[in-house]
Design a binder for this molecule. Structure first.
Ligand code: ADP
Length: 237
């Protein structure tokens, strides 16, 4: 019932926007300016993308639950991957958000599935932006630990009370299901992050970011010779 309630609510909003835009474009009694026409097409494209994302999250969560998700563990260049995620996010930043990226020099490669690790980072950066409705800085930092590379994604947004910092990783759990801050979502993103990171033998958790906001941490094991050999064998096969 959690699933049906959350997902149908989340699907309805973009569907209504797409339907509204399409109906307006089709009205014969209305002469739309080129600008308005383009804006409505923009709504259709953006909201369709949102729908596709929701469907992807639902499918991914279901594959994770049923153990059907294929893992392709190889060596991943953490700095290059993260830079790509940050660059992509910069292309559609809301006004008032600044996004910075800082990586320690000479980071070793990590052992992970690159596409799935990208998904984790995209989710964390998107959340940091989304839960900073009044704008503010979002910082992504990469550092080296003894056996891991650590990501820290910080924001100065709404923050997460100490008592809720474990629960936000549960499936469908949302701090503000009634959307008092106008921020929507399925509550699947952090669940997916936790499940993926666990499969890479990594860790994910959240702490307070000083006075307000949150910092999400991810640690992924540094690739060993075994990981490199396995990845090479896979490429050769
Ligand atoms: P969604 O964003 O789709 O609701 P997530 O699983 O990504 O789902 O996050 C679960 C909940 O954790 C969110 O609903 C929100 O309440 C909280 N949350 C996640 N990231 C942040 C953040 N950076 N700042 C404040 N709250 C957050």
């Amino acid at each position: 019932s959690d699933f049906v309630a959350t997902v149908s609510h989340e699907l309805r909003t973009p569907l209504a926007a797409i339907y509204g835009a399409a109906v307006t474009i089709r009205r014969v009694d209305l002469t739309l300016s080129q600008e308005m026409h383009d804006r409505l097409l923009g709504v259709i494209a953006e909201e369709s993308d949102r729908l596709a994302q929701i469907v992807n999250d639902v499918l991914l969560a279901s594959h994770l639950d049923s153990g059907q998700l294929q893992l392709n563990i190889g060596t991943v260049d953490a700095a290059r991957l993260t830079e790509g995620v940050v660059e992509a996010a910069r292309a559609h930043l809301p006004e008032g958000i600044t996004l910075t990226f800082d990586a320690a020099a000479q980071l070793p490669p990590v052992a992970a599935d690159e596409q799935q690790l990208r998904q984790v980072l995209v989710n964390l950066v998107e959340n940091a932006v989304k839960y900073s409705p009044d704008g503010g800085p979002v910082d992504v930092r990469l550092t080296k630990r003894p056996d891991h590379v650590q990501w820290a994604v910080s924001d100065e947004g709404l923050g997460i009370p100490a008592g809720e910092r474990r629960r936000v990783f549960e499936k469908f759990y949302r701090l503000d299901p009634n959307m008092t801050h106008g921020v929507g979502g399925t509550g699947l993103g952090l669940y997916i992050c936790r499940e993926l990171v666990r499969r890479f033998d990594g860790r994910i958790w959240v702490e307070s970011n000083g006075a307000q906001g949150s910092t999400f941490f991810v640690e992924i094991p540094i690739a060993t010779h075994g990981t490199r050999r396995r990845a090479r064998e896979k490429q050769a096969a």
